[in-house]
Unconditional design. Structure first.
Length: 406
């Protein structure tokens, strides 16, 4: 029995399409993650410091712990407080304790005189100038207090965050689960890079590219071998892909007779939420859901694949991890050359960035067609050219999305 035709409609404005994807994302479960494995993960809950930081009053310098009231003057060195090996006694008038950075301030001392500010010899030292109390002393809790909010839910854990969490005594963290993402390229013509090509065959560049683009999101990927352009091959490969949290296909979402992805998705129970977005490249993008699985049908032209990944898939994979900042991070800059506009479609053109990093010049690359991935490899960013008549003049301010290399 012939099934009903697939839905068609006018291409959606990009912001509407992005909103539909955002509404379909449910953040993944929160799970405990050892600090050593937490780099790149997103916190699923707010976390608080488990200790005062520093946990005890300590010295900020290598020098001598003394009483400010004894300065200027000559003092007797009666002991040492080293990091991890505090001085057991307490300091009396006229006494000094050699102290190292991070070592516990001895009882009775109220200031530290750095080693370069004293003259010493024979177990004694001379401080020529009067010193203020509290000089070079780090107070307990001066970085953060025990129980105080340290990092919020939705924060991504980078190196500085790992340092802060470790210092604050947190060995295990509540993180969002990592999304399991299936990558499936489609096309009878596709061969793995390095294979010998027969007439009409091409290398599968979208598979490796999507895999690389995903890496910085933290997702766990499954590469499904490329599906030939038969309904059977599409169904079998998609059935496997749909076992994941996110499915990314490339190719087969346009209007050609061999474009089988949308139909196969439908047969497998994917509810299509939209097809066609008013952007170039990337217009035939499809998006649907099956249960909690997000299903992205990216167009097959390599530049379209890259652009739609950055605009739609990366934000969704980050949102699934509860990321605080998951929208595409546009900057703004000035066009370095005039650019034609198109009625009814926004253009995401490939540009080089130069000049001031805060207000860069965006120079369009020569070769803006959607198959030109080699040209695109020289681009720094996608400049967003609003729909309209005529052209945008050089110097016009537009927004751009950096193409992240890593
Ligand atoms: P399609 O949407 O399947 O018609 O694909 C559009 C264009 O992109 C065709 O020229 C395909 O050969 C090409 N293409 C599709 N998938 C890939 C891929 N994985 N790697 C490189 N090119 C591809
Ligand atoms: Mg195809």
């Amino acid at each position: 029995m012939a099934s009903a035709p697939l839905p068609t409609h006018a291409p959606l404005p990009i912001d509407e399409a992005l909103a539909i994807v955002a509404a379909a994302v449910t953040p993944l479960a929160v799970e405990p993650v050892a600090l050593a494995d937490a780099y790149g993960r997103f916190l699923g809950e707010d976390v608080r410091a488990a200790v005062d930081l520093p946990s005890f009053p300590s010295s900020a310098m290598d020098g001598f712990a003394v009483r400010a009231a004894d300065t200027p003057g000559e003092l007797r060195i009666v002991g040492e407080s080293a990091a991890g090996a505090p001085y057991a006694g307490s300091l009396a008038a006229g006494e000094a304790i050699a102290i190292s950075t991070g070592a516990v301030m001895p009882a009775g001392a109220d200031t530290v005189v750095p080693v370069e500010d004293v003259e010493q010899g024979d177990g004694r030292l001379r401080v020529a100038e009067p010193r203020e109390r509290e000089g070079h002393v780090r107070h307990a809790g001066s970085d953060i207090r025990r129980g105080a909010p340290l990092l919020d839910a939705g924060t991504r854990i980078g190196a500085a965050q790992v340092g802060a969490l470790a210092a604050a005594g947190l060995g295990e963290l509540p993180c969002r689960a990592l999304p399991r993402v299936a990558i499936l390229t489609t096309g009878t013509e596709l061969r793995p890079p390095g294979a010998t090509l027969a007439e009409g065959e091409i290398y599968d560049s979208n598979g490796p590219m999507l895999s690389a683009a995903l890496r910085s999101t933290g997702a766990i990927e499954t590469r499904i071998p490329a599906a030939a352009d038969t309904a059977q091959a599409h169904r079998a490969a998609l059935a496997r892909a749909l076992e994941h949290d996110v499915v990314i296909t490339s190719g087969g979402v346009s209007v050609g007779g061999h474009d089988l992805v949308r139909e196969a998705n439908r047969e497998l129970g994917v509810e299509e939420r939209f097809w066609q977005v008013a952007i170039r490249p990337g217009k035939p993008l499809s998006f649907g859901v099956r249960g909690r699985t997000l299903v992205f049908g990216l167009p097959g032209n390599p530049v379209s694949t890259l652009v739609t990944f950055e605009l739609f898939v990366r934000p969704a994979v980050l949102a699934a991890q509860g990321a605080r900042d998951h929208s595409p991070a546009f900057g703004s800059g000035a066009l370095g050359a005039a650019v034609p506009r198109r009625l009814g479609r926004e253009d995401f053109i490939r540009v080089r960035l130069s000049g001031d990093a805060q207000a860069p010049t965006l120079t369009p690359l020569k070769g803006q067609q959607s198959h030109q991935i080699a040209v695109t490899a020289g681009a720094d960013a996608l400049a967003r050219i609003p729909a309209g008549r005529g052209e945008l003049a050089a110097g016009e301010i537009v927004s751009y999305l950096p193409l992240r290399s890593f």
